[in-house]
Design a protein around this ligand. Structure first.
Ligand code: GAP
Length: 456
């Protein structure tokens, strides 16, 4: 089997309606992407699966949908205003911009942890080791400067009296600021969690690799609030649950690994990424962080509100510890696309097929009239019936073989062919995407058959 490249996935996504370049008719807008009719279903199904697993099936987890624009003090309390920045340096020759810490870490093959270095130390390292521009090979760098990663806009109608506001760079702050609201209204006892899915924005210095790092993306984040004595158990529990989740979605175990962090933020007690082997190599898929009492303490300090919990049995009052589990919906979609793709050699042919878990597949069923002239009317009738039960598509154009191929590449697990048998006996032929086997079932049984397979 040929090695899968990112270009292959990008082209396939553009060709079959998964993802298009953002603002394409204006020659695009770098590192923005629009999900097309097939891609939006895939990403929505991934978000639904996450919500089902971590919110609906968990008695002590509550969902929220907080505002993207928050009081600017939130970002002072979180530390983003003062320190959410990356060290950038520009090549004076080709004008490309790079993250100095990334260049150093790549040059030293991960031996040097640049995150801990000052700008001066990084400049010295770049000069002493003669690190050249990866784009043009030049060695003419601007001094290293901190580059702010939050997008800033302003609020207010009177020029000169505008207040700076920020597009949130992570969704979790909407969970911290609602800790008391959720605890009170849900009469929640610790431990409990708050989860949300929503857009985040980061002015990344080096975005790229398709959906992997973009300037606008969706995060699925969850904060477990708990007593310190239970916190390590929850940390380990979420490490396991996060890995089980992506395996259950279809990512293979040999392409997944834990990456425990050696270097921790001063307030953190533990941190770990789950990495996936993307076509660009092993990279972070999600993070699990033991954040101690940092977030609630800081918001208590900046807001003047007590963000405490009183145990109803022991009367102990304390600021809860937080275990965070955070995963990018777009990054996970990219991993699912890479994992599902196969260029399969058949006897006299090859086919491209996306082996999505049926629960994630954009369409569960494609209804295909065998001969348009005779079977169209019945097929349209069946489309309406199936579409009431699950996402269904309809295709009457081209040979039946070509229509099967088209459904294979967008990952439709079942093709339902409407033929003379359907007209005479109300039975349909169901073709399985993965092994191309076919069975015949009465229409009513076909619906139950598909429903059973698309459970997650
Ligand atoms: N609240 C914690 C937090 O935001 P993070 O490690 O910066 O932590 C969490 O981000 C996850 O969000 C990452 O593991 C990744 O899946 C996704 N993510 C972060 N930055 C991204 C970007 N620029 N583009 C796409 N996904 C991103």
């Amino acid at each position: 089997m040929k090695t899968l490249t990112m270009d292959k996935i990008v082209n396939l996504c553009k060709q079959y309606g998964f993802v298009f370049p953002g603002s394409e008719i204006y020659d695009g807008f770098a590192n923005t992407w629009d999900f097309g009719p097939v891609g939006v279903e895939l990403k929505n199904n991934i978000k639904k699966a996450w919500w089902k697993r971590f919110v609906e099936e968990d008695m002590n987890t509550y969902g929220v949908d907080a505002a993207i624009l928050m009081n600017p003090k939130v970002w002072e309390a979180s530390g983003h205003v003062s320190s959410f920045s990356d060290p950038k340096m520009d090549c004076k020759k080709c004008k490309q911009r790079f993250r100095a810490d990334n260049l150093i870490e790549e040059h030293s093959k991960g031996e040097v942890v640049a995150e801990a270095m000052s700008n001066e130390e990084m400049e010295k390292y770049v000069n002493d080791n003669h690190i050249t521009c990866p784009n043009c090979g030049g060695f003419d760098w601007t001094p290293i400067k901190q580059f702010k990663l939050m997008f800033e806009t302003s609020r207010g109608t009177v020029e000169g009296e505008k207040d700076a506001v920020y597009l949130r760079p992570e969704t979790c702050q909407g969970e911290y600021v609602n800790f008391l609201n959720v605890q009170r209204t849900m009469r929640a006892k610790l431990p409990f969690a708050i989860a949300q899915i929503g857009k985040s924005f980061r002015n990344e210095i080096t975005p790229g690799n398709f959906l992997f790092r973009t300037i606008e993306f969706e995060q699925m984040e969850l904060q477990k609030f708990c007593h310190e004595k239970d916190s390590m158990n929850f940390y380990n529990d979420y490490k396991k649950r996060a890995l089980d989740f992506v395996k259950d979605l279809g990512l293979s175990a040999d392409k997944l690994r834990y990456h425990d962090h050696d270097k921790l933020a001063h307030y953190a007690k533990a941190a770990c990424d789950i990495q996936y082997k993307f076509p660009i190599g092993w990279e972070e898929l999600n993070g699990i962080h033991h954040r101690g009492t940092w977030d609630l303490s800081r918001h208590a300090e900046f807001s003047g509100k007590k963000l405490e919990y009183q145990d109803p049995e022991t009367n102990e009052k304390y600021i809860p510890n937080v275990i965070e589990y955070s995963i990018g919906a777009d990054r996970l979609t990219l991993a699912i696309l890479c994992e599902a793709y196969e260029e399969e050699k058949l006897e006299n042919d090859t086919r491209e097929v996306m082996h999505f878990h049926p629960a994630l597949a954009p369409y569960k069923v494609a209804v295909l009239p065998l001969v348009k002239k005779y079977h169209k009317q019945k097929a349209e009738e069946l489309f309406k019936l199936f579409a009431k039960n699950f996402m269904t598509t309809y295709d009457e154009t081209g040979s039946i073989g070509k229509r099967y191929r088209r459904q294979d590449v967008i990952g439709t697990p079942y093709c339902i062919t409407v033929d003379d048998e359907t007209l005479n006996n109300n039975t349909v032929t169901i073709r399985n995407r993965d092994d191309m086997s076919q069975i015949t079932l009465p229409v009513t049984e076909a619906i139950e058959f598909v429903k059973d397979k698309i459970e997650f």
